[in-house]
Design a binder for this molecule. Structure first.
Ligand code: PMP
Length: 433
């Protein structure tokens, strides 16, 4: 088996569809994971500060999750929903209790895209309308509808997006797209949604991430979602929250919507629910679920193995209080980042909640994607894997497994400080020009 990076890149170029890309000029070959750490073929240890894009919230190869899944593989792997098997229904009970509130009906699928597609279908069935509103900077998946509702040009590959999709400004006050100032704006971005609802009488729902992930870790201002929900409900439209990325303890609460004071009409979850096993779901209230009665099935969605793993994931989150851990460790990390940003003009903004944090690299409003790549490479060479997001691919992104320790994060800050010390006020990539 080739474990040499050059051999793997060659295989990749020879056999993969070329849309797949990887991080790093000198990529490590990852061979093993253990809680918050990854190990490469040369035996080097890395702190994984991206958690496989916030999938591994409960840690890599965590035996509390892998052991029940292995036991399930040995007992019963697959049935489909045409036969009764226990794990799926136990998971539905446990997941809806974990979410709390009124979202007590659920449908299991395999991926975030599929969960969102299901939520959109349900919105159409419930309202009898075809249209959707989405936000600039949002990402919702790779299917025709979810890609059409993705507001990041980089991920909008389909040249023929479906009809009835309308885009609204995103609520990012520090860089307001409507050139307003929070406090005197009257929530102009919500008013823009109201205008779209009036203009197009056919809107079934608005889909949004409570905190945009790929869009660059964007936290809307207080009061935004309350107003948005009211405006949608007045027009008979639903609010769908995509928590594929920000769910499961990441932001310091079990779900990011719990910071907003409101509950969505439909919630989608994926990634960290399976902690590496493919499982996702859309969840809603009984009254909305009642609109979906025509037969629906997902062949492997919520199969016994993925369901057993997800049950163990929820158990682990609860027993280890991972959301509380994210709130505490994330609060501390954010303060350290804020201190690092002082006197460093290339750090335009520090943002996020819990252990979902972003550091935007820009000078005078110009994004610095090359510097971002350089920082990622330097951090990797020091044993830290961090992510990048943002419309300009210029937001250093920190989303480690929630089992990370204070010492790990101290070491990450020391390394980041060392790397950033080499960057001048103009944000030029050190050693290039
Ligand atoms: N929604 C959000 C917010 C995401 O971040 C992603 C994936 N990055 C998706 C949907 C799509 O999920 P999947 O890749 O599992 O289809």
């Amino acid at each position: 088996m080739p474990t040499d990076a050059t051999a793997l890149v060659e295989l990749k170029q020879r056999h993969m569809i070329p849309c797949l890309y990887h991080f790093y000029r000198r990529p490590p070959v990852i061979v093993r994971g253990e809680m918050q750490y990854l190990f490469d073929a040369a035996g080097r240890r890395y702190l994984d500060a991206y958690a496989g894009v916030t999938v591994m919230n409960a840690g890599h190869c965590n035996p509390a999750i892998t052991e029940p899944a292995i036991a399930q593989i040995r007992t019963l792997q697959h049935t489909t929903t045409i036969y009764l098997a226990e794990p799926l229904y136990r998971l539905a009970e446990r997941l809806t209790a974990f979410i709390g509130g009124g979202l007590d009906r659920v449908f299991f699928v395999n991926s975030g895209s599929e969960a969102n597609e299901g939520a959109l279908l349900l919105s159409r069935l419930y309202t009898g309308r075809p249209g959707f509103i989405h936000l600039n900077g949002g990402l919702h998946g790779r299917t025709a509808l979810t890609m059409g509702l993705t507001g990041l040009e980089m991920w909008r590959t389909d040249p023929f997006p479906p009809p009835h999709l309308y885009r609204a400004p995103r609520p990012h006050c520090a860089q307001c797209e409507l050139s307003q100032t929070f406090g005197s704006c009257g929530y102009a971005c919500v008013e823009a949604v109201r205008a779209l609802l009036r203009q197009h009488g056919d809107i079934a729902a608005l889909i949004a991430e409570p905190i945009q992930g790929n869009g660059g870790i964007i936290v809307p201002p207080d009061g935004y979602f309350e107003r948005l929900r009211d405006v949608l409900h007045e027009a008979g439209a639903l609010l769908v929250f995509d928590e594929v990325q920000c769910g499961f303890g990441r932001t310091g609460r079990r779900f990011a919507f719990q910071h907003t004071g409101i509950e969505p009409d439909i919630l989608t979850v994926a990634k960290a629910l399976g902690n590496g096993f493919p499982i996702a779901a859309f969840c809603t209230r009984a009254a909305i679920a009642a609109a979906y009665t025509k037969p629906g099935a997902s062949t492997t969605g919520g199969n016994p193995v993925a369901a057993a793993a997800a049950l163990a994931v929820l158990q682990y989150h609860e027993s280890q209080r991972l959301a509380e851990r994210a709130a505490e460790l994330g609060g501390n990390l954010r303060s350290r980042f804020a201190a690092m940003a002082r006197g460093r003009p290339c750090i335009a903004e520090v943002r996020g909640r819990g252990l979902m944090l972003g550091l935007e690299l820009a000078v005078a409003g110009t994004p610095l994607p090359a510097l971002t790549d350089w920082v990622l490479e330097e951090m990797k060479d020091r044993g830290f894997l961090i992510g990048k997001t943002g419309r300009g691919r210029n937001v250093l992104t920190f989303m480690p497994p929630l089992v990370v320790t204070r010492e790990d994060l101290d070491a990450l800050c020391t390394a980041l400080d060392e790397v950033l010390r080499r960057v001048g006020p103009d944000g030029a990539v050190p050693g290039q020009g």
